[in-house]
Design a protein around this ligand. Structure first.
Ligand SMILES: NC(=O)c1ccc[n+]([C@@H]2O[C@H](COP(=O)([O-])OP(=O)(O)OC[C@H]3O[C@@H](n4cnc5c(N)ncnc54)[C@H](OP(=O)(O)O)[C@@H]3O)[C@@H](O)[C@H]2O)c1
Length: 289
C-alpha cells in the first residue's frame, strides 16, 4: 500500500476558490467553487494508498476532516514545519500506521505571500521589517522543508518509492526573473531559490540510496479561498503579462488545483532516481506555464 505524506494540506493546492483569469483581469465576478484538499483528495481516491495530510491546525481543516470521515485511508496530522518536535510526533504517528515506512513525501507547505507581497526588495521603508520578512520566508520555506525532510527520512529509507517531492516556483530562477522583470514578492522568491539548492543537496547526498528528490512547479494555480482584494487584483494584473514574457504560449489563465495536481502526479509517477535533483514543471519539463 503506497503511503504519502503531504504538508500544507489545509488549503491552497489543497483547496481552491476558483478564480478565472477573466475575473482576475477584467471584472470582479467570481464563482466560488471549493475543491477538496487536492493532493490528499486525488491520492486518497485510490483505496490502496494511505495518505497523511499534515496541517498546522486540525481544528480549522474542516474540509479535510470531512474527507477523512468518508475515506478511511486519509489521516490528518497536526504539525508546523518549523517545529521539529511536532514533525517528529507526526512521523511517529505515520510509522504506527505504516509499520515504520513511507513511500512519498510531498513538501507542499510554504509561506507564499505576506501583506507586503507587492514590495520590491529596495522599497521597504523599514530595514527591520525587510530583515524579518527575509528571515521568516527562509525559516518556513527553507529550514521548514529541511526539518520536514529529515523527520521523515528514516521512514522513507524503509519505503519502496523513496521519492521526496518539493514544490518550488520558476520565479526563483534567475533567468526567469530577468526575462519576466518580476521584482515583487522578494522574500518568497529568494527563499525558494535557496530551497532549490536544498533539494539538489539532498539529491546528491542520497542518490546512492535510490532516492529521487524532485523540485516541481505547479504552474500558476488559483488558490484563492475568497474574492481577491483590489490590491491583489492589481498585483496579478501586473504580474501575469510579465509571466507571459517567459512563457509566451501561456493563455494567461491560472489552472485549478485539480488540473495542477493531476499533472504533477503524473510527473511524480514517472520520475526515477535518474532524475534526482531535477527541477521540472507540471508538464514534466521546463515549460513553466
Ligand atoms: N499557487 C501557485 O500558483 C503556486 C505557484 C508556484 C509554486 N507554488 C507552490 O505550491 C505550494 C502550495 O502553494 P499554495 O498556492 O497552495 O499556497 P497557500 O494557498 O498559501 O497554502 C500554503 C499552505 O502551507 C501551509 N503552511 C504555511 N506555513 C506553514 C508552516 N509553518 N507549517 C505547516 N504548514 C504551513 C498553510 O497552512 P495554514 O492553512 O495553516 O496557513 C497552507 O496549507 C507552495 O510550496 C508554493 O510555493 C504555488
Amino acid at each position: 500500500m503506497p503511503s504519502y505524506v503531504i504538508t500544507g494540506a489545509s488549503r491552497g493546492i489543497g483547496v481552491s476558490f476558483l478564480l478565472p483569469a477573466s475575473a482576475l483581469l477584467n471584472d470582479t465576478h467570481i464563482e466560488p467553487i471549493y475543491a477538496q484538499r487536492e493532493f490528499v483528495n486525488q491520492l486518497s481516491k485510490d483505496p490502496q494508498n494511505v495518505v497523511f495530510g499534515i496541517v498546522r491546525s486540525t481544528q480549522s481543516s474542516t474540509t479535510l476532516l470531512e474527507l477523512q470521515k468518508s475515506r478511511p485511508n486519509v489521516h490528518v496530522l497536526q504539525a508546523d514545519i518549523t517545529d521539529v518536535p511536532s514533525l517528529k510526533a507526526a512521523a511517529a504517528e505515520v510509522a504506527k500506521v505504516t509499520g515504520g515506512s513511507l513511500d512519498y513525501l510531498i513538501n507542499n507547505a510554504a509561506q507564499v505571500f505576506n501583506e507586503r507581497f507587492k514590495l520590491t526588495i529596495s522599497a521597504y521603508s523599514d530595514e527591520k521589517v525587510l530583515e524579518d520578512d527575509l528571515i521568516d520566508a527562509f525559516r518556513i520555506n527553507v529550514v521548514g522543508v529541511v526539518h520536514t525532510t529529515n523527520a521523515f527520512l528514516p521512514l522513507l529509507r524503509q519505503g519502496t518509492a523513496k521519492k521526496v517531492i518539493t514544490l518550488s516556483t520558476p520565479i526563483s530562477i534567475p533567468e526567469v526573473t530577468l526575462v519576466t522583470d518580476f521584482a515583487a514578492n522578494a522574500p518568497y522568491c529568494v527563499s525558494k531559490a535557496a530551497l532549490n539548492q536544498v533539494v539538489t543537496k539532498y539529491a546528491v547526498a542520497h542518490r546512492d540510496e535510490g532516492f529521487t528528490f524532485l523540485n516541481i512547479s505547479p504552474g500558476v494555480v488559483n488558490t484563492f479561498e475568497r474574492p481577491p482584494t483590489p490590491e491583489e487584483l492589481e498585483f496579478f494584473q501586473d504580474a501575469f503579462p510579465k509571466f507571459r514574457k517567459a512563457s509566451p504560449d501561456w493563455n494567461g489563465n491560472p489552472i485549478t488545483p485539480e488540473r495542477s495536481v493531476e499533472l504533477m502526479l503524473s510527473v511524480i509517477d514517472k520520475v526515477t532516481v535518474k532524475d534526482t535533483g531535477a527541477f521540472l514543471s507540471h508538464w514534466g519539463n521546463q515549460k513553466w506555464l
